[in-house]
Structures are given as structure tokens and as C-alpha cells.
Design a binder for this molecule. Structure first.
Ligand SMILES: *Cc1c(COP(=O)(O)O)cnc(C)c1O
Length: 401
């Protein structure tokens, strides 16, 4: 049997079985659903996209996988070259991996080893944000701040190597003052903290973070696994404030195959590049740079550029603001909107119990968590489809309470 994620297997509702998918729609045997989650925020072009399908098929006809240890291939070379040209500044060195969590692990490992290679052995600590989510592996749980992992705290106690701060500039300055000799990096989900509750914060925090990192020689890591490829309305937040290490995943392959990349700046790369074999980055996921994933990622980026996705995302944001304007309800604490993300935070998780079924009956797939009812739609969504998603969210409150 399948052991499903994040759920008590004994009490969970049976999952909907999907038999087909096209555009924004998922099909069960008896219903057509707009996927308002974009399969965990990844399927930005929608399902069964002809160009993405073709990219996969063409590559599969050559070879579906070869390892990147001692071998290389055009799909990985071309994707790395594209990212090098496309990403801002000197973010030019692509380390591929098979999932966002692993790519964050790689980023954290890079930051630590960067300083160990220089003999700065006291720099073992990481500065991170409250309510952060960086993945489900152990080190990413440690730098994250997610209630789901409090059993780990119970088991091991709080890590002495990680400090969590709120997204407020005074707290940031205070933490740098107190810990800067011991910090190797500051890691953030820039502007939008996803799994920690779709929390949004401003650019000045990131600008100040950049200044402090420069002042104290600390590396700045942007985990853009969720925010990358337009979700905040920016192509990457890294276009606005430059990190030393950038992590991309989720939408990288248009949601077709799990793949991720940790992109290092020239400075970080040079911290490893010398004659000492012990200064090499010792990491290598079996499926890193998978040719199918790289081919589909490259095609996904081409579509993103050619079809001006940033204007599509601006339109999504405009429609969302228009439709949610003036919406309020005693059960609703706050409505937050940024780019292609809208979140209705409610007073209590029980307020959202039953929402998934309610949405299903109205032709929308949604998966609220804790106090958060949100939509992160595929960017190809049409206006009437988006309005249907938002109307369903509003109707839940208007009809039930
Ligand atoms: C989803 C996510 C991850 C983890 O990615 P996986 O591919 O699920 O391992 C890491 N960081 C952020 C910000 C994410 O949203």
C-alpha cells in the first residue's frame, strides 16, 4: 500500500484518484477539477503541455538517464548554460539534484565547507527565519521552523547551530551583532514563506540582510524552491537582491519531474576551486542532472520567456486583487496576495474542515493546511477559471458561517 504524506493514515480521507489531466484541469472518474495547488506549486504551464511532452519524448528516444559522475550530456550542459545566462549576476555554477530538500542540503553544505576550506572553523552556525520551511530532510528541518517537526526537537533538543529570527530588521541586526563570528550563512525564503503559512514580508528586510552579510562576510542563501519562476510576481526574488547561493526546484521542470538546482556565485565557487582534493564539494545524488528533467526544464524556461509569463502572473494578481477586494468575514483573519499566490488565513483550523470536499463539488482541487486556505494556480489559467477558484474560496465562508 501507499504510505501518503503528512497525514494520519488511520483517519485520512481517501485521496482523489486522477485518471487524466490537461491544462489547469485534473480529471477524476466523475469530476473535472481546476488544480488550484498546481501540484504543490510546480505545474506552472498546466498539464499535458505539448512542448514539454515533446521535450521529454525526444530525449527519451536518445537516453533517459546517465550519471553525471565522469559523464556529461547536452541536456545538462544546455540547462546550466541557460541558467548561467538567465540568472542575475555571477550565479553561474549549477549543482543539480533530484529534489528541493536535497538542493537546500547542498546549499547549506556549500556554505559550511566554504568557510572550512578557508580555515574559518568557528563559522558553524546558520541564521534562519521563524516559520521557515526548507524541506523534510534532517538538516532542512533543523533550519526550518515547522510545527510538524516538533517531535525532532523533543528527541534532540533545539540545535545549537541554528538561530531563528522573525522577519524584522531590528531582530536581523541584533542577530548579526550577537552571532556574526560564528555564522556561515543566512538562509531565507525571500518575500514569501510558503509552507510556514504563506507569510509575506518586504524587500527592505532582504536589502538589509544583503548589507549585513556583506559587512560580516556571511553567505546569503535564497531558497527559491517555491518563489522561483514568477510566483511572487518577480521572475526570481534574486533579480531584486542578489544571494550568494540560489536554490531552485518545484517549477524548474514545469512540474514534470522532480529536479532541483543549487546555483553558486563565482565567489562561492572559488572557495572550492584549488589544488586540494579535500576542498572539493563532496555530494552527488544518483539522478542529478537527469537528462529528461534537464530537457523539460530547458523547454519550460523557453516557454516562460517566449510567452511572457511575467505578464500572465501580473494578470493573475490583478484579477485576484479585484475579486478579493472588500472580502471579509468574521472567521477570516487576513487575506494576503502576492503575485500568483493568494492566502486566506482563518481564525482556527476547524474553520477549514470540509473545505476540500466543498471545493471538489464546485470543480476545484484545493488542499488547505492549518489555518491557511490558499491558491497557487498554474500561470496559464483563464480569467473565468481563476474567478471560479476565488469564488469557491469566498463561498465557503458565505455559505457555511
Ligand atoms: C517544497 C520546498 C522545499 C522542498 O522541496 P522538495 O522537492 O519537496 O524536497 C524546500 N524549500 C521550499 C521553500 C519549498 O517550498
Amino acid at each position: 500500500m501507499i504510505w501518503y504524506p503528512y497525514q494520519q493514515m488511520k483517519t485520512m480521507a481517501p485521496p482523489y484518484e486522477i485518471v487524466d489531466a490537461q491544462g489547469v484541469y485534473l480529471y477524476t472518474r466523475d469530476q473535472r477539477l481546476i488544480d488550484s495547488v498546481s501540484s504543490w506549486w510546480s505545474v506552472i504551464h498546466g498539464y499535458k503541455h505539448p512542448r514539454l511532452n515533446q521535450a521529454l519524448i525526444s530525449q527519451a528516444e536518445k537516453f533517459s538517464h546517465v550519471m553525471l559522475g565522469g559523464l556529461t550530456h547536452q541536456p545538462a550542459l544546455r540547462l546550466a548554460e541557460k541558467l548561467e545566462n538567465w540568472l542575475p549576476g555571477t550565479l553561474n555554477h549549477c549543482f543539480f539534484s533530484d529534489s528541493g530538500s536535497v538542493a537546500v542540503e547542498v546549499a547549506l553544505k556549500m556554505a559550511l565547507q566554504y568557510f572550512m576550506n578557508q580555515g574559518q572553523e568557528q563559522r558553524t552556525m546558520v541564521l534562519a527565519l521563524e516559520h521557515a520551511y526548507h524541506g523534510d530532510t534532517f538538516k532542512t528541518m533543523e533550519v526550518g521552523d515547522d510545527e510538524d517537526y516538533h517531535f525532532v526537537l523533543k528527541a534532540y533538543g533545539k540545535s545549537k547551530q541554528v538561530v531563528h529570527i522573525p522577519t524584522q530588521i531590528p531582530a536581523l541586526e541584533q542577530a548579526f551583532q550577537q552571532y556574526h563570528p560564528y555564522l556561515n550563512c543566512l538562509i531565507v525564503e525571500p518575500l514569501l514563506q510558503g509552507a510556514g503559512g504563506m507569510r509575506m514580508y518586504g524587500l527592505p528586510f532582504l536589502q538589509r540582510a544583503r548589507e549585513l552579510c556583506d559587512q560580516y562576510g556571511v553567505l546569503l542563501i535564497f531558497d527559491e524552491v517555491a518563489t522561483g519562476f514568477g510566483r511572487t510576481g518577480n521572475r526570481f526574488v534574486a533579480d531584486l537582491v542578489q544571494p550568494d547561493i540560489l536554490v531552485l526546484g518545484k517549477a524548474l521542470t514545469g512540474g514534470y519531474i522532480g529536479h532541483a538546482v543549487t546555483v553558486a556565485s563565482q565567489k562561492v565557487f572559488e572557495g572550492f576551486y584549488d589544488d586540494n582534493p579535500e576542498h572539493a564539494l563532496m555530494h552527488g545524488p544518483t539522478f542529478m542532472g537527469n537528462p529528461l528533467a534537464c530537457s523539460v526544464a530547458l523547454e519550460s524556461i523557453h516557454i516562460f520567456e517566449e510567452e511572457d509569463y511575467l505578464s500572465k502572473i501580473r494578470r493573475i494578481e490583478e484579477i485576484t486583487r479585484r475579486e478579493m477586494e472588500g472580502f471579509s468575514h468574521p472567521k477570516v483573519k487576513e487575506v494576503r496576495i502576492m503575485g500568483g499566490c493568494v492566502c486566506v488565513e482563518v481564525d482556527h483550523p476547524s474553520t477549514l474542515a470540509g473545505y476540500q470536499k466543498f471545493a471538489y463539488q464546485r470543480g476545484v482541487f484545493s488542499r488547505p493546511f492549518l489555518n491557511y486556505l490558499y491558491a497557487m494556480v498554474p500561470y496559464i489559467i483563464q480569467e473565468d477559471q481563476l474567478v471560479q477558484v476565488l469564488d469557491t474560496m469566498k463561498a465557503w465562508f458565505q455559505q457555511n458561517f
